[in-house]
Design a binder for this molecule. Structure first.
Ligand code: ATP
Length: 260
């Protein structure tokens, strides 16, 4: 396996609280997700799920603390968290659309692992060899994360929508992220695409990535997560393993009772 996953670190948020004027959008939200775990965050519309991601990644003014492994990153700005292994994959697909799928992966992997400009200029043969190695490594990473070779030389917008979603997540992971925050990854997907997404999430989990998933798709959440946090009106009304959440009267009342 060529995609390294860094050191495998957990994410802990403790007592997150966010106010928008008079509205308390998040209040006392705490959880830990460990390497090789998938944590789901669910709740009805307006429950505070997106605010929770924004608070975790320091994109909004908040109280509370955030840790990556043993490191307190509460005051690290959003753009600095990626370098510390925390990546957020947004709902919309994110890639460079004017270069191929393979070139996207090469670019991300080279950015993550660095390349030596001096050697590239002065040693063209070694440079050519490194370029070939980079292509091989990128191809292998893409296939491992469920992007078939048939799509590698296409532009991202030419490949099926579901595969574009997987590509976005694969690129986020290829940065060497230990922790991935996925924002409604299943939105707009069905059938085979959904299964491919599940396979990708499980592959990453099994490789020691800590995943946090905001998702409305209840079957997906119940089938892939190790633990679930339920938000309602900014507060954690329940947390636990999927079987407990499924049977929680509070959750049924607050979330499942209000069909979306
Ligand atoms: N920038 C903002 N300014 C003021 N209020 C906001 C802002 N962002 C979110 N809110 C409010 O905070 C609350 C939580 O919103 P949030 O988007 O976090 O919920 P959500 O669970 O992600 O909802 P959805 O499932 O609909 O995406 C809502 O009442 C929302 O209207």
């Amino acid at each position: 396996m060529t995609v390294s996953q860094g050191n495998g670190r957990s994410l802990t948020v403790d007592g997150l609280r966010v106010r928008y004027g008079a509205l308390v959008a998040l209040d006392g939200v705490s959880f830990t997700v460990r390497p090789g775990e998938i944590l789901g965050i669910i709740g009805p519309n307006g429950a505070g799920k997106s605010t929770c991601y924004n608070a975790t990644t320091n994109m909004v003014q908040r109280a509370g603390r955030v840790r990556i492994g043993d490191q307190d990153v509460t005051d690290v700005p959003a753009h600095g968290l990626a370098a510390l292994g925390l990546r957020r994959a947004f709902q919309q697909n994110t890639f460079f659309s004017n270069i191929t799928v393979l070139e996207n992966m090469i670019a991300v992997m080279q950015h993550a692992h660095g390349s030596s400009l001096g050697q590239t200029i002065f040693r063209p043969l070694a440079s050519a060899r490194r370029a070939a190695q980079a292509r091989d490594a990128a191809r292998e990473a893409l296939v491992w994360m469920g992007i078939p070779e048939a799509y590698h030389d296409s532009y991202p917008t030419q490949i099926p929508y579901g595969t574009q979603r997987s590509l976005s997540i694969a690129l986020a992971n290829a940065t060497g992220a230990d922790i991935l925050l996925l924002d409604e990854p299943a939105a707009g997907l069905g059938g085979e695409d959904m299964q491919n997404l599940v396979d990708l999430m499980l592959t990453l989990r099994d490789n020691g990535v800590a995943l946090v998933v905001i998702e409305h798709h209840m079957d997906l959440i119940m089938s892939v997560t190790d633990q679930i946090v339920v938000l309602d009106q900014g507060r954690m009304i329940a947390s636990g393993v999927p079987a407990d959440i499924r049977n929680s009267p509070e959750v049924l009342e607050a979330y499942l009772g209000r069909a979306e």
